[in-house]
Design a protein around this ligand. Structure first.
Ligand code: FA5
Length: 342
């Protein structure tokens, strides 16, 4: 294909905008551009002519590329200079940035931490990857203990796991502060279980752990604290019930439930079994109990002198109750329509 170099260079020199220059680049060097076509045509020439023609076509390509790039620099500089010399209207309305807000589960966690802060609790943290000893054994859940089945576990390399509950923080904190009693802490954090998901269960969720160790701590202190917490977070009218339960690390152990938000405690929804509470009318929010004397011994605290209570709650379920959400999985889906409601 015949190409006229001086015509191309003139067109490039006369281009008046970056868009026009880009059109010229496509017309000359694009897949179907004239320079590209002349390069392709070399393959069809007699071998004796290919060398010369190839050199010439390549030289042309380089010259056109250089001219395009020089002109691009010139036009870009001119655009910047013209933008800088145009006076800026400082009174023009700005573009409001899209602001996010706190996640509903974070709001509930922060409210809980705030409530406990007012009751004199400190906030503690522990690692999300735990040793089996901190997560299970120190809490009297040995390898073959049936209670291991209560928390289906992901395992990492030997003797480590993503923690299945925040109770492991109790152990770490007591070990570190046994010489500095009393203890009054809450420990919020993420936990992981190898569970099938449904409206009440996700495989990764938050818990908030509480632990008090002092002289003369009794079950009535625990009950009063839990009631205070529930009234603070869900309002004075929330109905709460404690029923006896079993955790290897507390004795006695209790489970705390609040009235189901969807069916208002009736267990039925439009004549059918309520899917959130499975027809019980209650939502299980957390477990609690008096710290087992052997757990205190495991961390070097004398149970003859000290006693304590502990509890562990699921803030997703609390948030579901507080905001009337009927499926805890919604909290962790990338669904802005849902999240923007809060
Ligand atoms: C425990 O994890 C105990 N460590 C609680 C405890 C602490 C007892 C201290 C005694 C002393 P449980 O497995 O029941 O217990 O979980 C506690 C709460 O976490 C549940 O009541 C629920 O609110 C929440 N929860 C449990 N599994 C899930 C899940 N898969 N998805 C969302 N929330 C969950």
């Amino acid at each position: 294909m015949a190409v006229d170099k001086s015509e191309m260079l003139t067109s490039i020199a006369n281009a008046s905008s970056l868009t026009e220059l880009e059109d010229l680049r496509v017309a000359y060097l694009g897949r179907k551009g004239s320079v590209t076509q002349s390069l392709k045509a070399i393959g069809g020439m007699p071998p004796s002519e290919r060398g010369e023609a190839g050199k010439a076509a390549n030289a042309l390509r380089l010259e056109i590329e250089a001219a395009l790039s020089a002109k691009e620099g010139e036009l870009s500089r001119a655009e910047v200079e013209s933008a800088l010399s145009t006076p800026m209207d400082v009174t023009a309305p700005g573009e409001a940035p899209r602001l996010g807000h706190r996640h509903p589960v974070s709001v509930v966690l922060e409210e809980l931490v705030d409530l406990f802060w007012q009751m004199g609790y400190q906030v503690a943290e522990g690692p999300e990857v735990e040793t089996e000893w901190h997560n299970f054994e120190a809490l009297l859940v040995g390898k073959d203990h049936p209670a291991r089945d209560m928390q289906d576990t992901f395992y990492l390399e030997e003797a480590h796991l993503p923690r299945t509950h925040t109770s492991a923080v109790q152990i770490r904190y007591m070990q570190e502060h046994k010489g500095d009693l009393p203890i009054r802490i809450v420990a919020p954090g993420k936990v992981y279980r190898n569970e099938d998901e449904d409206a009440r269960h996700s495989w990764s969720f938050y818990q908030i752990e509480g632990l008090v160790v002092d002289q003369g701590i009794s079950l009535s202190d625990l009950k009063g604290t839990l009631e205070q917490m529930m009234r603070g977070i869900l309002g004075e009218n929330t109905k709460v019930r404690l029923r006896s339960n079993y955790f290897p690390y507390t004795e006695p152990s209790v489970e705390m439930d609040a009235t189901c938000v969807i069916c208002a405690g009736s267990g039925k929804l439009a004549g059918k079994v309520c899917h959130l509470c499975s027809g019980t009318g209650w939502l299980e929010l957390g477990g609690a109990g008096m710290v087992h004397p052997q757990v205190l011994r495991n961390v070097g605290i004398d149970p003859e002198i000290y006693s304590g209570f502990a509890f562990g709650f699921g803030p997703e379920r609390l948030a579901a109750i507080k905001y009337g959400v009927d499926d805890v999985r919604e909290f962790w889906r990338p669904n802005f329509k849902f999240l923007e409601q809060f």
